[in-house]
Design a protein. Sequence first.
Length: 438
Amino acid sequence: MIAPVPLRTIPQTNIFRKGDVFILFGELFGRGYANGLINEARKAGMTIIGITVGRRDENNALRALTDEELAAAESNLGGRIINVPLMAGFDLDAPAGEPTPTDLLASMTLKSWQDDKLDWAHIEKCREVGVRRIKDSIARVMAQLDGMIPDGSNAFFAHTMAGGIPKVKVFLAIANRIYKGKGERFMSSRALLDSDLGKLILQNFDEVTANTFQYLIDGSAAIRARLEKTGGQVRYTAYGYHGTEILIGGQYVWQTYSNYTQGQAKMRLERIAEAAWAQGIKATVYNCPEIRTNSSDIFAGVELSLFPLLKALKKEQGGAWADAQWHACSELLQEGLSIESLLQKIEDYNLSSVSQRYRDFAAWPMDNSVELADLMIGMSDEIVQMHKDKKALVTDVLSALVLEGTGPLMFHETSNPAAPVLWLNHDIIARQLNAMHA
């Protein structure tokens, strides 16, 4: 990918109707991007089917959901869940009786991790066990799913799997320094990527975030062939991140959260969609804007690019509704502080020479640096302090708006997608939101 391919026009097409099937390939936890797609599928009258990643027992063995857990998950989804565990990644897999990658990491400490080495031949055996496990489980899921999708109907597969950080104490300490540390607490992201720990994490990111998309496409081939033969169509979507165009100096400019360790896996995800597209399979990765979620909160400063969405709402003719969003956000700030002053801080941050050096699309994802951490994390801290309540932030409001806007954009574009990889930037999201609230 040599340049972003933005979606510029609000899509109007919709091939999905009552009797068609929406399949969520990834479990629904809390509030996130997937909710927007599910809402649109429900509006269209589609049958909603989900899966589970399963749960771990006291010995870390993967298991299906209990009856109580299954009932709660189906209530949350608003549809039926196929109760076959599809936990992705291989950090807790190993040949019988042998240590898992997570076991191998347990002895690492904050002092030793940069020099600690892993047995890569053993890691590969663990990876093979994990891949075989999830492929076998996907085959079981598809066998059940095949009987739930009628001939001639359309199917929408929404891939939502991402992540892959092994659960080891040492990484929590490292992450706090790499993603939240400045000054004396700063730690280089390159130090992590060059270590055996970092290389393992990157492999696991690939398995969870990207390779599962390929396993989904391959595993559903028989269903796809049957539906297409009987007059139906099949679509695949996945959630990417590869920077976002936001308003800087009055123009929409691509920018990014630079220190994004999952970036390589997200680009691998894009390549999988491009390869599927070349084979005539309509698979599309939507690169969505930065928002605040439970998982993104580890990245201090990732939320800074959200604020210019307020300007985009006005630029894209949001009128009274856009004014109301400004007012709602202003009410969250301390007395005497204005949303205009906050936005000026963000504008100054984005126009700074430091920020501009990190807007290099070809070099993405770039390593962190002391100067970037001091500026970005310092700005993040400063803006949080501007709020009345640290648990009621402007970025919460804006994140919810982004989620609201991306759902219909993705759902309708997927009926007739323009490309295998598309960027949903602040311009199109603002236009979508304004149209919904006109």
